[in-house]
Design a binder for this molecule. Structure first.
Ligand SMILES: C[S@@+](CC[C@H](N)C(=O)[O-])C[C@H]1O[C@@H](n2cnc3c(N)ncnc32)[C@H](O)[C@@H]1O
Length: 217
């Protein structure tokens, strides 16, 4: 499960024990490698809510043809992301609902939507739609609300991360089912919405939804 962790985390310049432990933990619980097949080899990619840049670092190693950008609300996480030597993504502090228009071929959002209320989620997805070029892809990774035996402990863990440890920027949590997430993406205008479970062998109910911004006919 934690395949490749050392290679990716080695890209960070002297992260310190706490940051290193966090990066290892994040790598161990999130199946980043299972997201790779959904990502193009070339073009401009924006990671919304990029946090400490682990995904961007992994992409820089696995998809060297991509021009990488990241945006996150949390300055501390961005500071850690900026110490990664891989790919040198363009990083910006800002809100997920305020994206530049029409400039990206792919947008990824990994474990971010669950910290946003439904109306903000909708705004973020609409912003992603505008920020994508025609035919561009959006790849959203979230936790599904089923099966309960996976969701309940994962939701409790996330609650601790947001409220107690304050590891994740946010307030209340707003998890949604895979069907609701797919519907929200269609409502934002995306087509060819495809949902896939990527949680085999993992304790968390990881799912990914990939969709396209249609080309004008
Ligand atoms: C659980 S972390 C996931 C980080 C990263 N995507 C990953 O997979 O490792 C959620 C991230 O969303 C960011 N975030 C939360 N609300 C945000 C908002 N409104 N705008 C931008 N980033 C936000 C947090 O700062 C945090 O870095």
């Amino acid at each position: 499960m934690a395949r490749g962790a050392a290679r990716v985390i080695a890209q960070y310049r002297e992260p310190g024990a706490g940051a290193r432990a966090y990066l290892h933990l994040r790598w161990a619980v999130c199946p980043f490698d299972r997201l790779l097949p959904f990502i193009p080899r070339e073009g401009r990619l924006l990671d919304v809510g990029c946090g400490s840049g682990l995904w961007l670092t992994y992409l820089a190693l696995e998809r060297p043809g991509l021009v990488l950008h990241g945006i996150d609300a949390d300055a501390r996480k961005l500071a850690l992301a900026a110490t990664s030597q891989a790919g040198k993504p363009v990083l910006r502090q800002g809100s997920a609902d305020d994206l530049p228009e029409g400039t990206f071929d792919c947008i990824t959002i990994l474990d971010v939507l669950y910290v946003l209320p439904d109306e903000v989620k909708a705004k973020v997805l609409q912003g992603c739609y505008r920020a994508l070029s025609d035919g561009g892809a959006i790849v959203v990774k979230e936790l599904d609300t089923s099966p309960t035996w996976k969701f309940a402990p994962a939701a409790f863990e996330e609650l601790l991360a947001v409220r107690a440890v304050k590891m994740t920027h946010g307030g209340r949590l707003h998890f949604q089912s895979l069907d609701d997430l797919s519907r929200a993406m269609s409502a934002a205008g995306f087509v060819d919405v495809e949902a896939t479970r990527i949680d085999r062998g993992y304790l968390h109910p990881h799912v990914v939804v990939r969709a396209l911004k249609p080309r004008p006919t």
